[in-house]
Design a binder for this molecule. Structure first.
Ligand SMILES: CC(C)(COP(=O)(O)OP(=O)(O)OC[C@H]1O[C@@H](n2cnc3c(N)ncnc32)[C@H](O)[C@@H]1OP(=O)(O)O)[C@@H](O)C(=O)NCCC(=O)NCCS
Length: 193
C-alpha cells in the first residue's frame, strides 16, 4: 500500500507590497540561473512595478513564493498594435513572468498566464508580449503551447551587457486561442485550483 503524501496546492493571487522582498529574492535566482532579466536592475522592486503597471500577481506554492507575472498598459509597438487589430488603449502586455527555478515544470507559469488571460477577458483587454528569441526557451514553448500567435520579430530596443541587441519574438493572444494538447502532468506537479 502506498504512503499518502499531501500535495502542495498552488494558488495565484494579486501581489501585495509585502510580497516584493520574496519576489526580488526569487528574481535574483532566476537572473543567476536563466539570465532573466538580461541585466540585473539597479532597483529590482521598482523593475517589478514598471510605469503603466495594470496589476501584478504571484503564485504561492506550499505557502511560499512560486512565481510572478505583471500586466502593463501603454503598448507602443506598432507591429503588435496592428497584429492585435485593436487600439493601444485596449491592449496590455504580459511582463515580468518568472517561476522560481526549484518549482519549474509544475504549471505555475501556465497558472499565472491563465490568471492574466482571465483578467484581460473580464476587462476587455487584448494581450500581447515580446520574448527574447532563444532556442530551447521554456517561455516560448509555454506561450505557444497556450495558443499565443507569433506575429513578427524585431531587434530589441536595449542591449545585453555584452553589447548585443537580441532579437525579440512578438506574440498576440488570439480571442479564442487553441492551446496545444497537454501531456499529462508528471509526478510532483502542483495541484491546480
Ligand atoms: C518560462 C517559465 C515562467 C515557465 O514556468 P513553469 O512554471 O516551469 O511553466 P510550466 O510548468 O507551466 O510549463 C513549462 C514547460 O517547460 C518544461 N520545463 C522547462 N524547464 C523545466 C525544468 N527546469 N524543470 C521541469 N520542466 C521544465 C516543462 O516540462 C513544461 O512543459 P510541459 O508542460 O510540456 O511539461 C520559467 O521557465 C521561467 O521562469 N523562466 C525564466 C524566466 C523567463 O524566461 N521568463 C519569460 C520572460 S518573457
Amino acid at each position: 500500500m502506498g504512503i499518502w503524501e499531501p500535495q502542495s496546492v498552488a494558488i495565484v493571487r494579486l501581489r501585495g507590497v509585502d510580497d516584493l522582498p520574496a519576489c526580488v529574492k526569487a528574481l535574483r535566482e532566476v537572473h543567476r540561473q536563466d539570465g532573466y532579466p538580461t541585466r540585473w536592475p539597479r532597483d529590482p522592486a521598482g523593475w517589478l512595478s514598471p510605469t503603466s503597471l495594470v496589476a501584478a500577481w504571484i503564485a504561492v506554492d506550499g505557502g511560499s513564493l512560486g512565481g510572478h507575472i505583471a500586466l502593463v498598459a501603454g503598448v507602443d509597438d506598432s507591429l503588435l498594435i496592428a497584429a492585435a487589430g485593436r487600439p493601444a488603449s485596449e491592449l496590455a502586455a504580459v511582463s515580468r513572468l518568472f517561476v522560481d527555478p526549484t518549482r519549474r515544470g509544475r504549471r505555475l507559469g501556465q497558472m499565472l498566464l491563465n490568471t492574466v488571460t482571465e483578467y484581460a477577458g473580464e476587462h476587455e483587454l487584448g494581450l500581447v508580449l515580446d520574448v527574447v528569441d532563444e532556442t530551447r526557451s521554456a517561455a516560448i514553448a509555454l506561450y505557444e503551447r497556450l495558443g499565443w500567435r507569433l506575429v513578427g520579430q524585431r531587434a530589441a530596443g536595449w542591449m545585453t551587457a555584452a553589447g548585443v541587441r537580441p532579437k525579440l519574438r512578438l506574440y498576440v493572444l488570439p480571442k479564442n486561442p487553441s492551446p496545444l494538447t497537454l501531456s499529462p502532468p508528471g509526478p510532483g506537479k502542483a495541484t491546480l485550483n
